[in-house]
Design a protein. Structure first.
Length: 192
């Protein structure tokens, strides 16, 4: 009789454990927002030349003109480290390789073009222990810059630049400077 209770308890705990495992995935999927783009990243130069892998991009919000102005003022007053720290706290989506967790998207800007729209995404990238330990120059390029050009159906192409540096011009426009190591083209961009 006691063995039957233990079996039921074991099965109940196992079912509860499996339910708890699926809750974060469901919450993450719901939290990803209204747009999900997939693409294939193809390495163009550097150590990634010739490599390709699938990419997921989730957009859950956009950076307003007021937010962009606030970031521009922060950059002008306190510099690039304060900007990086502030961007680390913002979540407007998520992007990364399909087989990895990815990074939070901190800045999303969208402009209309003749072909559809141009979407710029900026994320604070993860830096390797080797970069930080050796005080590599690439630590001064703490961002990932993604630029998508999509038509009205959400199909198009794009590029990924990382490591990248961002800055604001005198008139408050966002600019990118690439470190020059890794550059990817995004092919088969699709809105899911």
């Amino acid at each position: 009789m006691r063995i039957g209770r233990i079996d039921r308890l074991t099965w109940t705990l196992a079912a509860l454990f499996l339910l708890l495992l699926t809750l974060p995935a469901a919450a993450l999927a719901a939290d990803q927002g209204s747009e999900h783009y997939t693409a294939t990243a193809v390495g163009i130069r550097g150590p990634v030349g010739g490599q390709s892998f699938p990419v997921n991009i989730y957009i859950s919000g956009e950076t307003s003109d007021a937010e962009l102005q606030e970031l521009s003022n922060l950059y002008a007053e306190k510099g690039k480290i304060a900007l990086r720290d502030r961007l680390s706290d913002i979540e407007k989506g998520r992007m990364g390789r399909a087989d990895r967790v990815g990074v939070d998207v901190a800045l999303v800007r969208r402009t209309q073009t003749d072909e559809g729209q141009k979407i710029i995404l900026v994320a604070v990238r993860d830096q390797t222990f080797f970069e930080i330990r050796s005080a590599s120059r690439s630590t001064e390029y703490p961002y990932v810059w993604v630029e998508l050009t999509v038509d009205d159906e959400g199909r198009g192409s794009g590029e990924i630049i990382f490591p990248a540096q961002i800055r604001f011009s005198d008139d408050g426009q966002l600019e990118v400077k690439e470190f020059g190591l890794e550059f990817f083209r995004l092919a088969n961009v699709r809105l899911r």
